[in-house]
Design a protein around this ligand. Structure first.
Ligand SMILES: [Zn+2]
Length: 100
């Protein structure tokens, strides 16, 4: 297992890279993701990327009502490979969810 310093360094470098091009968060292990601040996930990570890493996130993150609102809404948007409607919006800005 990696030392904490190594993990923080790796996660931090990846966050910096995110400024210029997309880094696949799905390549992070559950151990790495523990060091990713929740506020970063809420503010900067796309709904689809959050969905991809959801099962690896710490339990406390998955309990967060705010983070749940950042997941994509598949209930009101098609989930087909073609994404005819475009990628689904996060639940927090989904028009269909707001009407419930
Ligand atoms: Zn919705």
């Amino acid at each position: 297992m990696d030392g904490i310093e190594n993990i923080i360094e790796r996660v931090g470098k990846t966050i910096c890279l995110y400024q210029t091009y997309k880094v696949a968060l799905r390549d992070f292990s559950a151990e790495d993701l523990k060091y990713l601040p929740m506020c970063y996930l809420e503010k900067y990570v796309s709904p689809f990327s959050i969905q991809q890493i959801w099962d690896k996130l710490p339990e406390s993150y998955r309990q967060s009502p705010i983070l749940k609102l950042n997941l994509p809404c598949y209930e009101h948007y098609n989930k087909g490979e073609l994404q005819i409607d475009g990628p689904p919006p996060p639940i927090k800005s989904c028009f269909g969810c707001k009407q419930l």
